[in-house]
Ligand binder design. Structure first.
Ligand SMILES: [Cu+2]
Length: 242
């Protein structure tokens, strides 16, 4: 038996029984790609309900609505990519927190994804008071205020839950979405629309792309041991519209 084969067998055995640290997912196969946006770039409308103080934070013009953000390179931001049929195993959450910032009276980013038990670092970068109010279905609700610029606190959710809403009761337009997964095989698209899911044992996976407005798409992706596979998705204004 060659070393690669032996290593993959050990790897499979480990995935089947032990608790795996998500930080140790450097080994294994990778699925990566980008989420394309087809058609005209989307420019969100300015938020007419934004109060004067928050408008000032945004340089004198109200911030644009951010449920749909297309990037300069023709991709779509804030799309969650996750493996629907993750390899069996118990996973420890990544040790690095995910940042949820408040900038110009908007959540940045609007959509975050964490593993259950992973820390979310919530920061106030505005010179005003915000409160952060999570209203989950399966997790514990919290409602905490951040009265000053520069304040931070950490929170985590214990159970998997998609589309968990987070809002600010001071500024009713402030809305964020948190996806909580029970495994580490997920990724969010950011400013370049790319994603990367690492550490997969060889196998056939169903990869799901999920956007707040344009919904879900699925793709079957098979990976061999340590293989890197490309998988691109495309959304447009007509995706999931009938
Ligand atoms: Cu606020």
């Amino acid at each position: 038996m060659n070393r690669t084969k032996l290593a993959s067998m050990i790897c499979l055995a480990v995935f089947a029984v032990a608790t795996i640290g998500a930080d140790a997912l450097a080994e294994g196969a990778t699925i990566k790609g980008k989420v394309n946006w087809e058609g005209k770039a989307y420019k969100g409308k300015r938020n007419k309900t934004m109060n004067p103080q928050c408008v000032k934070f945004n340089g004198g013009k109200a911030a644009r609505k951010d449920r749909i953000i297309t990037n300069e390179n023709g991709t779509l931001r804030n799309v969650l990519l996750y493996v629907k049929n993750p390899p069996a195993g118990k996973y420890d959450p990544p040790s690095t927190p995910v940042l949820l910032d408040q900038v110009g009276c908007m959540y940045v980013p609007r959509v975050i994804a964490v593993m259950k038990g992973q820390e979310i670092l919530i920061r106030n970068s505005d010179d005003t008071a915000h409160n952060i109010h999570a209203t989950p279905n399966k997790n514990k609700e919290f409602n905490k205020s951040q009265p000053k610029i520069g304040l931070e606190f950490k929170e985590k959710f214990k159970r998997a839950e998609m589309d968990l809403p987070i809002k600010c009761d001071v500024h009713p337009w402030m809305k964020a979405v948190c996806h909580v997964l029970d495994h580490p095989f997920f990724s969010m698209t950011g400013e370049d629309g790319s994603f990367e899911i690492k550490g997969l044992p060889p196998g056939k996976y169903t990869l799901v792309a999920k956007h707040e407005k344009y919904g879900e798409q699925e793709m079957e992706v098979s990976v061999a041991t340590d293989e890197t596979k490309e998988a691109d998705f495309t959304y447009s204004r007509t995706t999931n519209k009938k």
